[in-house]
Design a protein around this ligand. Structure first.
Ligand code: SF4
Length: 282
């Protein structure tokens, strides 16, 4: 096979950003349009080689991108319902119960993501939260600090929480995977399915009234099905006793601020379910 020419790093970054943009929209399938030979002839030969991919830097497409819509995520096993004993956890015991989950995770090496992490990102927020946000996985800032949503996307999430009339300390924030995927790629199904049972245990302990899935990956692993985000937004799902609302990931909103209005509509559904009113603008 002919080796691929090296790809310009800036071009690669732009292509990755564009793919993330489509992924967050729920677009996972691409087809190739036949190229008009007249257009091809007009492109200088030096440019034709540029979009090639260096075999050393090329990462194979994520398995998750090959999932078809409405297809269960392999090798996902049925998720047991929350144990009845959890109904007996007293509010005062929630912090200790979360601590036990964290100790059980320990210096986890259960999936390949442990190899590249600096810090495992367990969660942040109140064990008594009525509202819980679930994202995809830690990024570079989160990996460095060991806390979820502390980078630019985290700042936007903080603003979204404030707009809802809440403080960050009043909600609970966690991710589908607790270790940063290399290059911020989407977690593979095996990684997400290995890690997400810890998330489900956290949900069982916190028992939020409302869960907000931030982005397609969180929605996929909470609902157990890959579906376009557009088909999941705007309605109330249920998951482990909580009402589940699906909206865009803040990182996507940073790339396309025009969708903030749509995200606000989703958050208003969550507010309605919680009986919250947006604070008056002073
Ligand atoms: Fe363990 Fe989750 Fe980290 Fe994988 S992502 S190593 S399962 S904590």
């Amino acid at each position: 096979m002919t080796p691929m020419p090296p790809i310009d790093p800036a071009l690669r970054e732009a292509l990755v950003a564009r793919l993330r943009f489509y992924r967050d929209l729920g677009v996972t399938d691409f087809y190739r349009r036949p190229v008009d030979p007249a257009l091809l002839a007009a492109v200088p030969q030096t440019q034709l080689g540029a979009p090639g991919l260096d075999s050393e830097t090329w990462e194979p497409p994520s398995q998750s991108s090959s999932l078809q819509e409405n297809e269960p995520i392999p090798p996902r096993k049925p998720i047991p319902a929350p144990p009845a004993i959890l109904a007996e956890i007293k509010p005062d015991d929630k912090a200790a119960a979360l601590q036990l989950i964290q100790e059980d995770i320990g210096e986890c090496t259960r999936c390949a993501l442990h190899k590249g992490r600096n810090k495992l990102v367990f969660a942040d927020g109140s064990p008594h939260a009525r509202l819980m946000f679930v994202g995809e996985g830690p990024g570079a800032d989160e990996d460095a600090q060991g806390l979820p949503f502390v980078g630019r996307a985290g700042q936007l999430l903080n603003n979204m929480i404030t707009a809802m009339g809440l403080k960050r300390e009043e909600v609970y924030i966690a991710n589908v995977v607790k270790c940063r995927p290399p290059g911020n790629r989407t977690p593979e199904p095996e990684e997400a399915n290995t890690c997400s049972p810890f998330l489900f245990r956290q949900i069982d302990v916190v028992r939020p009234e409302v869960l907000v899935a931030l982005g397609a990956t969180a929605a996929t692993y909470l609902l157990g099905q890959r579906q376009p985000l557009a088909g999941l937004r705007g309605r109330v799902h249920s998951f482990r006793g909580a009402k589940l609302i699906v909206t865009y990931h803040p990182a996507f909103l940073l790339r396309d601020p025009r969708q903030k209005k749509e995200a606000w509509a989703d958050l208003q559904i969550a507010m309605r379910e919680l009986g919250l009113k947006a604070p008056e603008r002073g």
